[in-house]
Design a protein around this ligand. Sequence first.
Ligand SMILES: Nc1ncnc2c1ncn2[C@@H]1O[C@H](COP(=O)(O)OP(=O)(O)OP(=O)(O)O)[C@@H](O)[C@H]1O
Ligand SMILES: [Mg+2]
Length: 362
Amino acid sequence: MLDDGNAHLESTKQSHLSEIIGQSPIMVRLQGQVARLLSRQIVGGRLPPILLEGETGTGKGLMARALHRCSTRYAAPFIDVDCAAIPETLLEAELFGYERGAFTDARQTKPGLFELAERGTIFLDEIGLLPRSLQAKLLKVVEDQRVRRLGGTRSQLVDAWVITATNEDLAVATRGGLFREDLYHRLATVTLRMPPLRERGDDIILLAERFLARISAQYGVPTRLLSADAKAALLSHSWPGNVRELLNLIERVVLLWDERIITADRLDLSPSPQLNGGASLVTPPHEIPTRLRRFGRIVDRKRLVEVLGEAGWNLSLAAGQLAVPRNTLRYWMVKLEIHPPGEAAPSARVAQPAIRLPMGNP
Ligand SMILES: Nc1ncnc2c1ncn2[C@@H]1O[C@H](COP(=O)(O)OP(=O)(O)OP(=O)(O)O)[C@@H](O)[C@H]1O
Ligand SMILES: [Mg+2]
């Protein structure tokens, strides 16, 4: 017979995992992996570290939350930490806590995020950007399940499920010396790869239709439908921003247009020579673009070159400075034709000739 914990799990697992929409073979395989993993857990028991890999916008954050809610830890906290967003000097104190007097401003003892995640889950996003100085400390916590606060003399046991996410290839970062190999192997005990949207076939239409229904309801307008040519345009787009890009596009279309049926030209997925402000985005072949507009953000080429120069052309460092994933930075570099002095144009997973920037109002 199921006890209360298990009964809850069984009833909620389906609903939380079904938030991750997808029926393509690659997503069904992923759902199967997740279901098998979750079926191994016992109430109060430990779960192996999980590494979520995938390009930006593929649903790593969504998956991390769903895993927590479907686990035996659902009633305890889910602590979400963006390693790229917190300055290195603060990150150590945030993660591991500190004792009073540990440093000048430490007027009170403060528990770290690992302690706050007790019996629950700590989600370390953008783990590839975790400074090397903290990687050794994290390895110790993951291996020994013990943390020692800054300025503390004793370590204490912590019981937090560690889920990490990255949109760069950590194995490559490991070979390049940017990420400790021992930590990588520990965190990647179970690796789940969130596939890019372009590998999910008809899921693109399934997602678009679900988003149309959800967003139409949110704005109180009749549910919009996709024409055949709109579906074809969605299927042939390369989606560098993945599910997030699709979601933003659908929201924009629902807001901007009143027609019930959405046609391909309303999606505006074809290349367009003009920005809204009139500045040219797609330039003649030999003219280097100076600015890029991405989802409402203006990316300035000159500024990017400056940041990269200051970071010694270290992409991880520069991405950290700009608070964007490395892949995004690579994408910007490709679009703005920026490459390190003396090197050929950079290659990027997202840098395919088929990529088109969504134009129109972000
Ligand atoms: N399979 C899916 N079904 C429904 N919604 C999804 C799916 N995948 C992603 N989303 C939605 O797309 C958006 C982007 O997902 P999410 O933030 O989890 O991506 P991410 O991989 O963490 O991106 P980043 O690397 O930029 O942090 C979110 O609004 C999320 O809810
Ligand atoms: Mg995320």
